[in-house]
Write a protein that binds this ligand. Structure first.
Ligand SMILES: *[C@@H]1O[C@H](CO)[C@@H](O)[C@H](O)[C@H]1NC(C)=O
Length: 408
C-alpha cells in the first residue's frame, strides 16, 4: 500500500511541476496583458475578469493564461455561457486571496467561481486562500461573529468541466466545490490545510450528477471528500486522505429547502486513509427530514490508524450542536444497498465497524466482503480487546473473511 501511495504522490508531484502550455489551445488571453501584476500585492481582480470576458466572447476555443508569479485576486465570478464550448483557465502561477476575512468573498461564501459555463478546463497553479485569520476567529468564537468564509474554487451550474492539476492551500472554507453541475471531472488535485482548520473540506459535491474525482491527495481539517444531498452517479477513485475527517456521504437531513435529500449511485474505489478521524462514512442528522442514500460501493481501501474506519452515523450531531433532544430523533433518511469490499488496515478505536442506523428507517442491504481491520494489532473475537463491530437497526450480509466479525 505504501508503494501505491508513493507512486500516487510521485505522480501528483510530476503533475505539479507541469506548467500548462497555453499555446495550441486557440486564442490565449494572458491576464498580464490586461494589467495583472504577479507581485503578490497589486489587486488583479479587474484584469482577470476582463481577460475572462474576452476569452468567453471568443467564438474560437480560448485560454485565459495566468503566468508564473503571485497574483492577488479578490472575489471573482467568471460567468458563462461562453461563445465557444472550449474555454480554458490555465494557471502557471499562484493566485492569492485577500488577507484577513473582512472581504466580500468571506461573507458570500465563495472566492473563485465559474458559473454557468459549458465546456471548461481549469488547470495547474496554486490557489492560496489564506484562511489562517478566519480559522483563528472561528476557534476563538465558535458560536461568534466570524463570517462563514470563502470556498476557494467553485464550479456552479456548469456542464462538461475538467479541473486538473490544481493545488489548493489554506482555503478559508471548502477547497473545491462542485455545485448544481453535470459532467465534472476533478483530477490530480492536491489540497493542503492544517488538521485543525475548521470546515476546510477538500472536495465538496452538491446537487450534481456525473462527477468524477481521480488521483487526489488531500490533507485538511474536515472531510477530504464530502458528498452532499442531491447527488447521483459519482465516481471517486485513488484518493489519499489524511489528516482529515475521511470521505463522507452527508451530512444529510439538515439542509433547508430540499423536499427530499437523496444520494444515489456512488463508487468510492482505491483510497488510503492515514490518521484520519473517519474513513468511509455516511452521516445523517437525527431529524425527520426525508430522503435516501442508495447504491454506494466502497472498494479497495487501506486504513492506517483511522478513528472510525467504517461508519454509518444516523445520529450525527457534531459539537453537541443539536440541543433540545434532537439527537434522539429518528432519521427520516433511508440508507440501503451499501457495499464495503476490500477494506483493511488499522483502527485507532476499538469499534472499527459501526452501523448506527435510524430506528424508523433501518439500514438495509449492507454488504461486507473481505474486511480486515485491527485495533492495537488485534482483530476481534479471537483475541481479547481487539477490534469490534457495532450494529443498531442495520440489516445485511457478510461474505469472505470479515474481521472484526460482522454484527449484521
Ligand atoms: C452509476 O454511475 C456511473 C458513473 O459513476 C455511471 O457510469 C453508471 O451508468 C451509473 N449507473 C446507473 C445505473 O445510472
Amino acid at each position: 500500500m505504501a508503494k501505491a501511495m508513493l507512486s500516487l504522490l510521485v505522480h501528483l508531484h510530476a503533475a505539479l511541476l507541469f506548467v500548462p502550455e497555453p499555446a495550441g489551445a486557440g486564442a490565449v488571453y494572458s491576464v498580464v496583458r490586461y494589467g495583472a501584476r504577479g507581485d503578490g500585492a497589486s489587486d488583479s481582480t479587474r484584469p482577470f475578469l476582463r481577460a475572462w470576458a474576452d476569452a468567453c466572447r471568443s467564438p474560437r476555443p480560448a485560454t485565459v493564461y495566468v503566468p508564473p508569479g503571485r497574483y492577488l485576486l479578490g472575489r471573482a465570478t467568471f460567468v458563462g455561457p461562453c461563445s465557444s464550448r472550449a474555454v480554458a483557465f490555465s494557471i502557471a502561477g499562484t493566485v492569492v486571496a485577500p488577507a484577513g476575512y473582512a472581504w466580500d468573498g468571506a461573507t458570500a461564501g465563495q472566492w473563485i467561481t465559474f458559473e454557468s459555463v459549458v465546456g471548461l478546463t481549469v488547470s495547474g497553479g496554486t490557489l492560496d486562500g489564506r484562511g489562517d485569520a478566519l480559522w483563528a476567529c472561528k476557534k476563538q468564537q465558535p458560536r461568534g461573529h466570524c463570517p462563514t468564509g470563502a470556498s476557494s474554487l467553485t464550479i456552479s451550474n456548469a456542464r462538461n468541466v475538467v479541473v486538473e492539476g490544481v493545488r489548493s492551500v489554506s482555503s478559508e472554507l471548502f477547497h473545491v466545490v462542485v455545485l448544481q453541475s453535470r459532467g465534472v471531472t476533478v483530477r490530480r488535485v492536491t489540497v493542503e490545510a492544517p488538521a485543525d482548520s475548521p470546515n476546510t473540506d477538500g472536495i465538496h459535491i452538491h446537487k450534481s450528477t456525473n462527477v468524477a474525482v481521480y488521483d487526489a491527495a488531500i490533507r485538511t481539517g474536515d472531510d477530504c471528500v464530502s458528498v452532499g444531498p442531491g447527488n447521483s452517479n459519482l465516481w471517486i477513485e485513488r484518493v489519499a486522505c489524511g489528516p482529515g475527517h475521511g470521505i463522507s456521504i452527508g451530512s444529510l437531513g439538515k439542509q433547508q429547502g430540499m423536499a427530499v435529500e437523496a444520494v444515489q449511485n456512488v463508487t468510492v474505489k482505491t483510497t488510503w486513509f492515514t490518521g484520519t478521524t473517519n474513513g468511509l462514512r455516511i452521516k445523517t442528522w437525527g431529524s425527520s427530514k426525508r430522503g435516501y442514500v442508495r447504491g454506494v460501493t466502497f472498494s479497495d481501501s487501506t486504513m492506517a490508524g483511522v478513528g472510525n474506519p467504517i461508519i454509518i452515523d444516523q445520529h450525527y450531531c457534531p459539537d453537541g450542536g443539536c440541543g433540545g433532544g434532537a439527537r434522539q430523533q429518528s432519521s427520516g433518511i433511508k440508507i440501503s444497498e451499501v457495499e464495503y469490499d476490500g477494506v483493511r488496515g488499522s483502527s485507532a478505536t476499538p469499534v472499527a465497524v459501526s452501523f448506527d442506523c435510524s430506528r424508523s428507517n433501518p439500514c438495509s442491504g449492507i454488504r461486507l466482503r473481505d474486511v480486515r481491520l485491527t485495533y492495537q494489532g488485534k482483530s476481534g473475537r479471537l483475541q481479547a480487546a481487539g477490534a469490534v463491530s457495532s450494529c443498531r437497526n442495520a440489516q445485511g450480509t457478510a461474505s469472505g473473511l470479515v474481521v472484526p466479525p460482522s454484527c449484521l
